[in-house]
Design a protein around this ligand. Sequence first.
Ligand code: HEM
Ligand SMILES: [Cu+2]
Length: 646
Amino acid sequence: MTAVDHGTPQESAHAPDPWAPRPRGFLMRPGFARAAWCTGLFFLIGMYIVVSIRWLAGWDPVYDWNIITPVGALTTAPIGFLLGIGAFDYWLYWISGRPTRPEDHSGHGARTWKDYFKVNTDHKVIGVQYLATTFVFFVLGGLMAMLFRAELARPGMQFVDTQTFNGLVSVHAALMIFVFIIPAFAGLANFAVPLMLGAPDMAFPRLNALSYWLLPIAGLMFLASFLAPGGAFATGWTSYAPLASEQPIGQIFFNMGVQWAGASSILTALNFLVTIITMRAPGMTFWRMPLLVWANFTTSLLVVIATPFIAGSQFFVMFDRILHTSFFTADNGGYVLGYQHIFWFYSHPAVYIMILPGFGIISEIVSVMSRKPIFGYRLMAISLLGILVLGFSVWAHHMFVAGMADWLRVPMMISTLLIAVPTGVKVFSWLATMWEGRIRLNTPMLFALGFISMFVIGGLSGIYLASVPIDIHASDTYFIVAHIHYVLFGGSVLTIFAGIYYWFPKMTGRMYNERLGKLHFWLTFTSFNLTFFPMHWVGLVGMPRRVADYADRFANLNLFVTIASFALGASVVVFFYNVIVSWARGPIAESNPWRAMTLEWQVSSPPPVFNFDEIPQVVGGPYEYGVPGARHAILSGGAVPQEART
Ligand code: HEM
Ligand SMILES: [Cu+2]
């Protein structure tokens, strides 16, 4: 492999390069082969630590799988995997005090498809790695949903037993939340944010690669729980204690999977924060940043503040099981309700972690496709900050029926209602942006419109739920399931699709098929509503959530929902067909097919390895469509950025 030339041609011509890494054999080179044996070796090391401590202490049994699993299989083995795949190579070389060698950038940028399966430090490659991986988990999570919907098509038990049913529901939710929605947004942002800032990459490219490689570990851990004796973890994605500490051992796969996914989120969020604060191009003030960047700035703050709480809660639950502590047990002075407080102190902000990046995507698309400046740009950014702050003051609206202190209910109800205000500001601003605009109804815009309408329904049912008396009636029914799917599918998932279609030409250098894109939208939009809207009804008349069997009077609606859910599953096939075929054979994309002003569209599609051949100079706001003579940035080398040609 030749070193990439970066500016000093006389050097690269030299014969033996004293710093060149020695060629290494198949098993020693970073990659999946080394990852395989390192994983096994580190599992044995973890097991050895446990067994030797137990043997020395004289504890019986020496081989206790309740301890070996969390230490060997869920902690040290993943570290071995990361080591093997090569996530630590540079740092270990540096720590070991060996002579510095010049960076040859060979681990940066993808030259063949094989480079996507290696540790790569290019934010654009990492963005695609994130998206591809998260969509694998999306499909698996979706298949699980179809399986338990099949079980729910008729009352009585048909296909699975109740523990397996609960396992399917729980793993479905865990995959969707922790290894699909949250990291899919991280993938889109990874691709777009440095380009939008005019930066060559993220602030910490190696940390960025590490964040990505933590993700498959978390997802595989959730999936592997099906292999554990007693089955997968089965206490829902909320995993309430003390039930969770008394469940079969599959439960600790959730406790630990959340740690790996959480570590990935936190590292990425730190990277975004530092990138956004320190890597903006000259002239890119905070008030000139695209709203997608603002959205990821606020999301990253939410992540770094909130995620440690869920990490803590899961460790405590696990310690209650394996170390016999009593954080959340009713005896020995534990605080049972404490679990829910800590969990929701993360998980309410987490619902904003799962929607704010989507708000950013939609702001980009609505403005560009309406050929109008975004309405109330500063208020849009401020409302994100408002949600960030208020989001930490509403967690106990998930606990109105949990038996917490009565006096907490009304303050939590009021703060929850308040948070609808900044959210409403955003919705009205998108509508005002479209008002009298020259709307282009292409696939990204259709998904944006679908998002706005569906998210409003989800927000409205949220406001209902915020009021204590309604929540007491609706809590733990299918009404909640309807609410969360209107906000998470109608909200987050539609924005992920919108973002993928919008940046597809930039990511791949090719155009997707517009007809198939529209077909995908309409199939998704209709089957989504047919699946989830009836759940409001069946919930209000009393069907509980998270049950494998139900009363006969709910049978018709459930059959209807199940059929619709299969149509929803099938609609995804159109998406995959479009993406895969277009990536391989689609028409070559121009650099700026949407005539957008933000910086990522001012470079080629796909962009050069280091994004900008010269540093752009930012001179104005990002959305001045239709404003005569307005410019967002000036790129040297004669390339004048696209002006608004409405
Ligand atoms: C106007 C904004 C919103 C309000 C007022 C609101 C209110 C609520 C309330 C009160 C609950 C508790 C229901 C219960 O368990 O009894 C709830 C549940 C939930 N909400 Fe929202 N919500 C809003 C927006 C969102 C958004 C944007 C998301 C995610 C993107 C979201 C995701 C969820 C989820 C996942 C649950 C269910 C938690 C569980 O599994 O128990 N909500 N919401
Ligand atoms: Cu909440």
